[in-house]
Every structure is written in C-alpha cells, then in structure tokens.
Design a protein around this ligand. Structure first.
Ligand code: 13P
Length: 260
C-alpha cells in the first residue's frame, strides 16, 4: 500500500507440537529468524505451550498469539481460558478462524464478544474472515465478507478499530480443506478490495486504508512473494508451512525482501 504499515508473518501451528516440541522448534526459529524493521513475526502455539514459550521467547524477535480463548474475563466456565488470563503471555489472538466457525460452531455473537474482549484486555485480535467454496460458487463472497466483518466488529468503536487486524482466509484455500486449491493473486486482490470498501463504509476511508489486512490459505515459500505483492496485503497467516522450520524461515526472508 506504499505506506509505513508493518508486514506481519503469523504462524498458526494449530493443534500441533507438545510444549517440549514447541520449545525445541522455537529455539530453532530463534537461531534462524532475524528480525527487521517493519516486520512482525507472530507465533500462535497451542494454549498449553503459551506460558512456557512466553518465558523462552525474545519479544523483540517474536510475539505470541492465542489461537482461541473465552471472552468473559473470569467466572464459572469449566474448561475455558479467559483472554484476561493470557495477558502478559500474548500480544495477539486469532478470532473467528474458519476452523472455529465451522468445526466448533462459533457464532457471530461469540466472535463479536471475543474481538471486544481482546481489545478490552489490550491484546490485538486478528479477525479471520472468508467464504467457503460453495459460497464463492454462489456469488456470495462479498456478502459473506461483509457479514463477517460487521458481525465481528460491531462492538468496536472508531477509536479502537486501529487495535484490530483483519485476515482474509478463504476456506477453500486452506490446505486442510477437502479439495483445497491455492487462491490466485487476483482473487485475493479482489477480496481485499472488498474488505477495505466495507471497512470504509463502517469506519471511513482513512481507517480502511490504514487497517492491516493479512492473507492466509496454502501459503508456502513458492507463493509467499506473489501474495505479499498483492495490492492491499499487509502480511500472511501461515498454517501447514509454519510447522516446517525451513519453509517458515524462507517465508520470513521473502517478506523482508518485499517492498511495502
Ligand atoms: P494453511 O496455510 O495450512 O492453508 O492454513 C491456513 C490457516 O488456516 C492459517 O490460519
């Protein structure tokens, strides 16, 4: 976008790595990933690894993010972890990932409450949105994007919207989806334009230009440069390829070489 926004490379490890494995993997990444100005590398381990990794990580090199949390700050909610309990361990949190929406039936209300809870606790929510393959085939991409943005952001005021990151992750492009296919850069550019248009309607033109929008879905070292060069893309949310040190380090190096 030609301004001074940061580029984000976010590793979503999903339900992989024990705390011991995560620690060894972080050690490996720490030796190989060199930071750069305007580049933020964020790691999303399993909840059980967050506390130990928060003691190990150099926060100048990496930030940590939660993959999930409950939106109430405390109370009788057996088995849940409040984002208030994650303060001090994480700087970011994924919200509305399609696996949460589709496998765990998270509703717009859950997502709206989670975005608000993250902001309330000074943790940056990364609001994930994206249509399924059927929705795209039926020409519903725009309306799905709009509904998910509106649903996720409806508690967020104009003063707080700069504390939110949006990630466009079309479900059909996520590597674990059946018959997944990689998105073409033009498809991503079109969707991200729509996202910024909707944000502009909700919060105004300046905010639409300034908000960080990431792309996720089958990103690997071969596709990373093309995706980062898409107009309006401020970074990548990486699943499968983030579990392999060589691939993830290559993606970070590629991001350093892409002029934003
Ligand atoms: P893949 O990179 O494996 O397609 O996963 C994307 C994703 O869901 C990141 O949140």
């Amino acid at each position: 976008m030609g301004n001074s926004r940061k580029t984000y490379i976010v590793a979503n490890w999903k339900m992989n790595f024990t705390p011991g494995e995560a620690s060894i993997y972080l050690h490996k990444l720490s030796e190989r990933v060199k930071g750069a100005r305007d580049l933020q590398v964020v790691l999303c381990p399993s909840l059980v690894s967050l506390q130990p990794l928060s003691l190990q990580v150099s926060r100048r090199q990496f930030k940590l993010a939660a993959q999930n949390f409950y939106w109430r700050d405390f109370g009788a909610y057996t088995g849940e972890v409040a984002i208030a309990q994650l303060r001090g361990f994480v700087d970011y949190a994924l919200v509305g990932h399609s696996e949460r929406r589709h496998i765990f039936c998270e509703t717009d209300k859950d997502i709206r409450e989670k975005v608000a809870a993250a902001v309330r606790n000074d943790i940056t929510p990364i609001l994930c949105i994206g249509e399924t393959s059927d929705e795209r085939l039926m020409g519903e991409t725009d309306v799905v994007i709009y509904d998910q943005l509106l649903g996720g952001l409806s508690e967020i005021s104009k003063e707080d919207i700069d504390k939110v990151i949006v990630a466009y992750e079309p479900v059909w492009a996520i590597s674990s989806t059946k018959n997944a296919r990689s998105a073409a850069p033009e498809e991503i550019e079109d969707a991200i334009k729509r996202i910024r248009t909707h944000i502009s309607k909700l919060y105004g033109k300046n905010i639409a230009e300034e908000i960080s929008v990431l792309y996720g879905g089958s990103v690997n070292p071969s596709s990373a440069a093309a995706y980062l060069n898409v107009e309006g893309v401020d970074g990548l949310l990486v699943g499968g390829a983030s579990l392999i040190a060589d691939s993830f380090c290559d993606i970070v190096e590629i991001a350093k070489g892409v002029e934003k």
